[in-house]
Design a protein around this ligand. Structure first.
Ligand code: PEP
Ligand code: MG
Length: 601
């Protein structure tokens, strides 16, 4: 059996019920057996394999070695033509490592003796080599360590990161338990038998959490030491509503949780009854509710939950799901065309690649930074990698001919950046004109407001942008100086912080004065309590995970705008997020005694 091969910990013999508290990152309840995935580097997991799969794993490794050899050979020829023999010899050295039988033998031996996936075996051998090279006195030899690393990473890429296939043969439901998962891991884990996941690190608005929500995959994150306190194959309940993980529940608990699943399903059915109703307050203020999506597969969810168009399509997931290749222009066009055609007349706001930070910049661009979240991310990264960016912009313009679309740039920090990217768009438009390619000459160009500097000068940016979308996930991160993915500071992640409310008000007011639409697509928009304050601050377009739309629509339909405005005015005078929250909850109870606020399910 798969899990028998994992070295057991001291907790092995435990069969007691344990409950751990984390952050409910994605609602829902999952019940299944734990599969602990240990992580070595960005995407290397230790996955145990069965006796009968060992030979196949060795073959998979040998095939990836062969592919790497071919790739290196082609690279050598290409570099030799363009840069000369001297540079090409680097790849020859790499090819020698790949062909070195002792390197391959060591990896194979590990796969066989430890019965682990090839990725893990390879990374272990790489570490052994590194340790050996580091001890060499000769500097030249020490530097060859980088070559081994390079080769290992190339082979890893051919092995495609994670041995997902190992899980596919399990017939019972499993819950992934990991130290951390990247957004692309979350995408890949989106299939049976995986029914949920739980991790040690992460924050509620980290991209992994956002993806989990989009995929309706219950998830609890930020549970300290989880991979050490849970054993493989233990029964788990992951309660994404409450943010709890229950280990070894009794049969009675399991059936109680199954009941809860049915209750939630019933509640959702009732909520969905408002699908065709307008999002309008009791005193007739119209609000537009739109959807945030990451994958085109979510278009159906957006329609099902009653979204009026897509307020944020995170295009980087197009890359992430194709990684390590970049999508070509036609692939971009096909996706954007599908988006605009299926979201008409509401339309679709397509955000250009927000890669970098914690989303794959290193893998894409080879850039390694000490502070990636403050580094080459989003628009900055795209402007630096023009070819990649131009491909995307050309495709966006081409697709704009097929339906209503808006183009949005992420992480703009000032006017100059906006001007530069608009100049690039003009260049591309001229190219398309010269080629006689059709596009919408008036496609609206907007920006995310997610850097405090942009919020502060929103009045200036409003004269050069066609619309704003407030991205509170990042705006909170950057204005309160807390990493949105770090569970240690998640207690400081306060959407109702007075500084944040002031920034949001500044942006909404600036947009109104300039006559441009302002939306919010951060997670803050999807919370009933926050929504009341936001309505009061004058926000008219909310964009969120599709499944949150019915709850927020109910909130909107049961309040009066003038009450919300009064609540927001008083909230702006309060000094702490706690005081504001208490005040809003009390006001809601007083002004709307019939009870409106259903917490997100
Ligand atoms: C945000 O920052 O609020 C946002 C919507 O963008 P993302 O979550 O993709 O960073
Ligand atoms: Mg953002």
């Amino acid at each position: 059996m798969l899990t028998d091969r994992i070295p057991r910990t001291a907790a092995q013999a435990r069969s007691d019920i344990r409950t751990y508290k984390g952050i409910g990152a994605s609602p829902g309840i999952a019940i299944g057996r734990a599969v602990i995935v240990e992580k070595r580097t960005a995407a290397v997991y230790r996955v145990p394999i069965r006796d009968e799969d060992v030979a196949g794993e060795v073959t998979r490794f040998l095939e990836s070695l062969e592919n790497t050899r071919t790739e290196l050979h082609e690279l050598k020829q290409k570099v030799s033509r363009s840069m000369g023999e001297e540079f090409a010899s680097i790849f020859e050295a790499h090819a020698m490592i790949v062909s070195d039988p002792s390197f391959a033998d060591k990896v194979i031996q590990k796969i066989e003796s430890e019965q682990v996936n090839a990725e893990w075996a390879l990374s272990e051998v790489q570490e052994e080599y590194e340790a050996r090279f580091q001890s060499f006195e000769d500097e030249y030899l020490r530097e060859r360590m980088a070559d081994v690393k390079d080769v290992a990473e190339r082979v890893l890429t051919h092995l495609s990161g994670i041995a997902h296939h190992d899980l596919s043969e399990i017939t019972h439901d499993v819950i992934i338990v990991a130290e951390d998962l990247t957004p692309s891991d979350a995408i890949h884990f989106n299939r049976r038998p995986i029914v949920g996941f739980t991790t040690e690190s992460g924050g509620r608005t980290s991209h992994t959490s956002i993806i989990a929500k989009s995929l309706f995959m219950p998830a609890v994150i930020g549970v300290p030491k989880l991979t050490r306190i849970v054993d493989n194959d233990e029964l788990l309940i992951v309660d994404g509503y409450e943010g709890t993980v229950i280990v070894s529940p009794t049969p009675a608990m399991v059936s109680e949780y199954r009941n809860r699943v049915s209750l939630h399903e019933e509640a959702e059915k009732t909520l969905l009854e408002n699908r065709l109703l307008k999002a309008v307050t009791k005193d007739n203020r119209q609000i537009s509710l739109q959807a945030n999506i990451e994958l085109t597969e979510e278009l159906d969810d957006a329609a099902k939950y009653g979204a009026e168009g897509i307020g944020l399509y995170r295009s980087e997931f197009l890359y992430i799901s194709k990684s390590p290749d970049l999508p070509n222009e036609d692939e971009h066009v096909a996706v954007y065309r599908q988006l605009v055609e299926s979201t008409a007349p509401g339309g679709c706001v397509i955000r250009t690649f927000d890669l970098g930070g914690k989303k794959l910049a290193r893998e894409v661009m080879g850039s390694k930074e000490d502070n990636p979240v403050l580094g080459l991310r989003a628009l900055r990264l795209c402007m630096k990698h023009r070819d990649m960016f131009k491909t995307q912009l050309r495709a966006l313009l081409r697709a704009s001919a097929f339906g209503p679309m808006k183009i949005m740039f992420p992480l703009v920090s000032g006017v100059q950046e906006l001007r530069q990217v608009k100049a690039l768009l003009r260049e591309i438009k001229a190219e398309l004109d010269a080629e006689g390619v059709a596009y919408n000459t008036n496609v609206p160009i907007g920006i995310m407001i997610e850097v405090p500097s942009a919020a502060v000068i929103a009045d200036m940016l409003a004269t050069e942008a066609d619309f704003f979308a407030i991205g509170t996930n990042d705006l909170i991160q950057y204005s309160l100086a807390i990493d949105r993915s770090n569970e240690n500071v998640s207690y400081l992640y306060e959407p109702l912080h007075p500084a944040l409310l002031r920034l949001i008000k500044t942006v909404i007011d600036a947009g109104k004065r300039a006559g441009i639409p302002v939306s919010m697509c951060g997670e803050m928009a999807a919370d009933p309590i926050y929504a009341i304050v936001l309505i009061g601050l004058g926000l008219e377009i909310f964009s969120m995970n599709p499944s949150n739309i019915p709850v927020i629509k109910n909130v909107i339909r049961s309040v009066r705008y003038r009450d919300c405005r009064r609540i927001a005015e008083v909230a702006l005078q309060k000094k702490t997020a706690q005081e504001i929250e208490e005040f809003v909850i009390e006001s809601v109870a007083m002004r709307f005694p019939e009870g409106l606020v259903q917490k997100n399910p």
